[in-house]
Design a protein around this ligand. Structure first.
Ligand SMILES: NC(=O)c1ccc[n+]([C@@H]2O[C@H](COP(=O)([O-])OP(=O)(O)OC[C@H]3O[C@@H](n4cnc5c(N)ncnc54)[C@H](O)[C@@H]3O)[C@@H](O)[C@H]2O)c1
Length: 338
């Protein structure tokens, strides 16, 4: 089958669905339609994207015979996502679920179980794994001829970014589960099984409309010996921001370093001394979204494994869960505790 034979139905036509739609159109994918409970957003989506079908009821969309993949782009509350995932799994549809799968590990396990019980493919659209710039870093990280053996990383996302999404105001968990999860998944993808976590969390006192944390520092050790820090600080009012989607990434090896962000990378090697600037095309928005969906469709087509399956993504969700536990109890949390 061609990619365009895999009809996509998008549930939730809010903010991020526009990025999905832009990316899918750019990649020539087949968007069968969308479902949205809010009439104003349905109208906006119809006007902007001229979708073949737009409906209020996700069941109507998911039941359409042309819909082979259900793209779940609704807020990450379990009460909203569970019925959609259950219904789509019962209909035998492949599931493509916008990150974060859900904010709590126990809930994430429940969603993975639903997909597995119905034997439907389930990918989390953890699109940090598909950012062109981050993908361009990977060969230099994996091949010891460049930076040697990696032993330390830091990811720093720093700006004043006070979310105004309705869902963010009501979530007990915010920056670690909604944003840090991208970085948790990325380091799990790069460095393997994590071993232990120590975390700090907080928020600027003036951000009173936000329920959850907006400042998160996670230090994490991996079984491989790599250790590092993930900083998500959306309370920074200073003059040197490193805002998403250009958060800074540093990876140090015993023979060099990778420094950069999603749009600009430098690989520094010691032997011989050099600075390599890998070439790549595309940005996080919207290209990572098209890359992740194309990856999923290609895997479905060839019946091959895919990155960021629901089960694989549980490792990143567990890392974020460990960060919440660590910050609450002010102690190191080991993976086996979860
Ligand atoms: N880089 C990224 O991957 C990225 C970026 C932004 C947001 N997100 C994630 O995408 C998800 C959606 O975020 P958003 O900013 O688009 O939120 P949003 O509130 O703008 O959009 C979600 C939409 O889903 C609709 N909806 C809710 N329940 C529904 C149902 N049962 N059927 C149909 N529609 C329903 C809402 O009316 C809303 O329009 C969140 O989980 C968020 O974390 C990911």
């Amino acid at each position: 089958m061609a990619r365009s034979d895999w009809g996509i139905g998008i549930v939730g036509l809010g903010n991020i669905a526009n990025v999905h739609l832009e990316a899918y159109r750019k990649a020539g994918l087949n968007i069968v339609g969308g479902a949205e409970v809010d009439a104003r957003k349905r109208k906006l989506a119809q006007e902007r994207w001229k979708l073949p079908t737009v409906t209020e009821d996700f069941r109507e969309l998911v039941s359409m015979p042309d819909v082979k993949v259900v793209d779940v782009a609704v807020p990450q509350n379990i009460e909203i996502r569970r019925p959609i995932i259950e219904f789509a799994a019962e209909q035998g549809r492949a599931l493509f679920v916008q990150k974060p799968m859900v904010p709590y590990l126990s809930q994430a396990k429940e969603l993975v179980r639903i997909a597995e019980q119905h034997s439907v493919p389930f990918m989390v659209n953890q699109n940090s794994l598909f950012v062109p710039g981050f993908m361009a870093m990977e060969p230099y990280l994996r091949d010891p001829r460049y930076i040697g053996r990696p032993y330390y990383f830091q990811i720093e996302n720093r700006s004043w970014a006070y979310p105004r999404h309705k869902w963010a105001a009501t979530q007990d968990r915010f920056i670690t589960s909604a944003m840090g999860i991208h970085h948790c998944a990325l380091v799990v993808h790069w460095f393997g099984e994590w071993e232990s976590v120590y975390a700090l969390q907080g928020r600027d006192a003036s951000q009173s409309e936000l329920k959850g944390e907006n400042l998160s520092v996670i230090s994490v050790k991996f079984e491989s010996g790599v250790q590092g820090v993930i900083i998500n600080n959306w309370c920074y009012r200073g003059s040197r921001p490193r805002p998403h989607p250009r958060e800074e990434i540093v990876i140090q090896g015993d023979a060099g370093a990778i420094t950069g962000d999603s749009e600009d990378i430098c690989v520094t090697t010691c032997d011989p001394p050099s600075e390599i600037r890998p070439k790549f095309q595309g940005k996080w928005f919207p290209d990572a979204f098209g890359n992740s969906m194309c990856h999923f469709l290609d895997a479905l087509d060839k019946e091959k494994p895919f990155l960021s399956s629901g089960r694989e993504n549980l490792k990143a969700v567990a890392l974020a869960e460990a960060a919440y536990l660590s910050a609450a109890e002010r102690r190191e949390v080991r993976r086996e505790e979860l």
